[in-house]
Design a protein around this ligand. Structure first.
Ligand SMILES: Cc1cc2nc3c(=O)[nH]c(=O)nc-3n(C[C@H](O)[C@H](O)[C@H](O)COP(=O)(O)OP(=O)(O)OC[C@H]3O[C@@H](n4cnc5c(N)ncnc54)[C@H](O)[C@@H]3O)c2cc1C
Length: 391
């Protein structure tokens, strides 16, 4: 990215994030890969402390609440660097629910958000179900009014970080009252009676955080654990999708940069048939394609972040967040595939960065809305608004 588009302070933040990733996180990747995603507790604690001290954790939270109050562009710059490391080592940078400050009551902020911002508490999201993935409206989890509270029931899938979280955002449909059939979002402690871990399946990547299946069986909560109003639940999920889709795009740019750098260095040094393999056009061209696609994805990502900072209309934001997530995640997938090929047999070894990213980046085309769903959103917006409004 042309550095002149960034202010001196933007660049300073970017440099700090890059140094943190290079010096502190990347050295642990192979260890993590060989230990089911885990690194020693003291190293993990150090990473979390540094992420906090450097101002990256809670960078998305308002300064009044103890957060960093970063612009969207600066969050993208940090997330991009975080994307350069594998094995979720970058998850030591914790960004709590971006939509929460605007919609939580002061008491909810004190109880749930401030500890998350301070790093003493961690959330997870229980939205997806066995029968409701892309079609979030198909959820069957229920929230029934009961005296001055609610009773929650349902089974949630892929609950990321359930093993490390202490509270849960739970989306359900209301079964009674004037908003019956509509969505509502609740927050509850993980140790609330009736919350039961069903199992923690293993996934393609080697991460320390699990993606649990969790049952909610007659879980009683107070009325003040409803976030916003009854019927508001989906709007928070949409706000979260927009934010996460942009940050996924940023992380994918970071991953692609690392892969291109590493694959290029390898191709320059690896000699076959008496010359470095990069001297073969077949190798040079795939690197050229990768670099070109990275540049395109990065321009889109930075530009969207700047436009959001400038107050871009939320409907256009929604379409553009889908576009950058779609393009950047598919770009990074192509770059990882090519990098594995350039590394040859070494690219198939778990100690190789391309092998790890090849597996890890696959989910970026699935979570927070699959590529097909992003295309649906973009096509819908195209029909409604036309080409000029969206480009
Ligand atoms: C590692 C991981 C972590 C996750 N973490 C969380 C979490 O913390 N909390 C949470 O709530 N969820 C989480 N998810 C769930 C994730 O958001 C869903 O997997 C995702 O939205 C897709 O839903 P699905 O898996 O049920 O696929 P489905 O919706 O069943 O889709 C299956 C296939 O059909 C396609 N498809 C579906 N509808 C259409 C359509 N209309 N047009 C064209 N194609 C279509 C999809 O694109 C996909 O290719 C996580 C998933 C993974 C893999």
């Amino acid at each position: 990215m042309s550095a002149h588009l960034l202010s001196d302070e933007d660049r300073a933040i970017q440099d700090r994030a890059r140094a943190f990733v290079d010096e502190e996180l990347i050295p642990w990747e192979v260890h993590a890969e060989e230990h089911d995603g885990h690194i020693p507790d003291d190293a993990h604690a150090r990473h979390r402390r540094m992420a906090m001290d450097l101002g990256f954790s809670s960078m998305n939270m308002p300064t009044e609440l103890g957060g960093g109050g970063y612009s969207m562009l600066r969050q993208v710059l940090v997330s991009e660097q975080i994307g350069r490391v594998t094995n979720a080592l970058g998850w030591c940078v914790h960004t709590p629910a971006a939509w929460a400050p605007e919609v939580m009551t002061p008491a909810q902020v004190e109880r749930w958000l401030r500890p998350a911002i301070a790093g003493t508490s961690h959330e997870c999201y229980a939205i997806t179900e066995a029968g409701a993935g892309s079609d979030v409206d198909a959820i069957e989890a229920t929230a029934r009014r009961d005296g001055d509270g609610y009773v929650l029931n349902g089974e949630k899938w892929h609950v990321t970080s359930f093993n490390t979280a202490d509270h849960i955002y739970f989306q359900a449909k209301l079964v009674d009252g004037e908003h019956a059939g509509q969505h509502a979002m609740f927050v509850l402690a993980k140790d609330t009676p009736g919350v039961r871990l069903v199992r923690e399946p293993r996934y393609m990547h080697t991460y320390p955080d699990t993606h649990a299946i969790v049952a909610f069986e007659d879980v009683r909560i107070r009325a003040d654990q409803l976030i916003g109003a009854e019927g508001d639940g989906m709007s928070f999920t949409y706000a979260w999708f927009r934010y996460e889709r942009l940050m996924i795009a940023a992380r994918c740019c970071g991953a692609a940069e690392r892969l291109i750098e590493e694959a290029t260095a390898f191709a320059e040094e690896r000699v076959q048939f008496g010359r470095p393999i990069i001297e073969n056009q077949a190798i040079g061209h795939v690197l050229a394609d990768s670099l070109t696609e990275l540049w395109a994805a990065r321009l889109m990502t930075y530009r969207l972040a700047e436009e959001i900072d400038a107050g871009l209309d939320v409907k256009i934001q929604h379409a553009h967040c889908s576009m950058v997530k779609l393009y950047a995640s598919e770009m990074a997938g192509r770059v990882a595939d090519r990098a594995v090929q350039i590394f040859g047999g070494r690219g198939y070894m778990r100690e190789n960065v391309a092998e790890r990213f090849f597996r890890e980046l696959r989910v970026d085309r699935i979570w927070e809305g699959t590529s097909e769903i992003q295309r649906e959103i973009v096509a819908d917006q195209l029909r409604k608004r036309g080409v000029r409004a969206l480009t």
